[in-house]
Design a protein around this ligand. Sequence first.
Ligand code: GDP
Ligand code: IMO
Ligand code: MG
Length: 466
Amino acid sequence: MQTKQATPSRHVVVVGTQWGDEGKGKLVDWLTETATGVVRFQGGHNAGHTLVINGKKTALHLIPSGIMRPGVKCYIGNGVVLAAGKLLEEIAGLEAADVEVRSRLRISEGCPLILPFHAALDVAREVAKEKSGAAKIGTTGRGIGPTYEDKVARRAVRVQDLKHPERFTKKLTELVAYYNGQLAALNAVQIDWTQAAWLKDQTLSAFMVDGQIQLDAVLNQALQHAQALAPMIGDVSRELNEAHVAGANLLFEGAQGTLLDIDHGTYPFVTSSNCVAGNAAAGAGVGPHFLQYILGITKAYCTRVGGGPFPTELDWEVEGTPGWHMATVGAEKGTTTGRSRRCGWFDAALLKRSAQVNGLTGLCITKLDVLDGLAELKLCVGYELDGERIDLLPLGADEIERCQPIYETLPGWSETTVGATTMAQLPPNAVAYLRRIEAVTGVPIHMVSTSPDRDHTILLKHPYHA
Ligand code: GDP
Ligand code: IMO
Ligand code: MG
């Protein structure tokens, strides 16, 4: 483990404060100038984190966003659900770009494995909802929900089972029988797996015959993956604790966002893990005292992919409107599924909920540049809910659905903020917008991002410098 400072360890958690895609990857990569190890602690390859370094774009799904900085260690903690094939594909892609991965990546033995039947059930459920007219969650179709269900039900196959082929085969056989029952009940025989275009993953059909999962195909592939992964598997909890003692600066990289958290999000339109900062400890195997600074990555407006309530959503498909401006200038297309992200005004009442459940130390406001050129900006400071005025996002989708946003209007700016690296380079109205966000949410802004590029970042207070 490389240590860049002789001073004691300091650790930072990076979380998304909205519905994901806030720009976590860019900031995690930026912080690896100081961080010596980056740890994923929840989620799986539903995440899509985009890094732009010297104009070159890299999209990461499972590998921590520290991989582009030579020498930085990357850890996949026990809280992550792991699709081995997807991980190996991602490694191969990075290696093709001359990025050394295998010697720097450690994978926890405790990760539950995502296998093809998890994705099949995820897709089959969404198809069934669509057919019955029920509201779809709009999942990424990656099998995240079913895998976390297996974990909680104590039937998951975990990375450590790969080290014991007999044990693995026995557990897998039981699971495939269970999943085939579920798929039959959903009439999965009618699904054309190659037509699930939003999956951007045509590999499922190789494991399916007449809507049923083929055990041998899954088993053979998993055993091959086991060999490739073996040198990277380890006791991540132990390694992180040792790194701490050795003076490492760790960065815990959240995936998804606070409003997608299974407990604190817009339930049931959420993902199946805890995305909040507190889970960084449980999902990596370290104590809560490791979580010394919590950085909330926050888009200067709001976006959401998939279904579920979104109080400040705009008509983002109508050309010439502010929502359309955000969608087009902000290039708001999902990194994982390519779906359009819904767009809307900044919601400070939502952010207060996020600040509360994460214990945010500071904010990093991203994509400020996307607002350049809008004549005026609206900022949601609370809602009318059933005739009452409230200033904090309520819990759960039903209540949120009934919230009518209350807005303040602020003047926009016509100057460009793209690439600004100091506050002095920002137009006064942009500074006023940021100050108003701080005042309403009660959380100080410590960083501002002004383009996708690693270097286009304004630093006000460094998370690693207390
Ligand atoms: P993540 O999931 O939170 O890591 O975010 P994504 O990578 O999915 O989405 C954020 C998108 O915005 C990516 O395409 C980034 O390259 C881009 N981005 C990040 N910060 C900025 C910024 O300050 N300005 C602009 N224009 N784009 C940004
Ligand atoms: P990053 O880390 C945005 C959304 C899906 C869907 C819901 C449940 O890039 O911010 P799932 O497949 O997790 O069961 O889907 O969660 N979702 C994300 N939205 N960014 C993400 O990750 C997301 N990961 C999941 O669109 O609404
Ligand atoms: Mg993303």
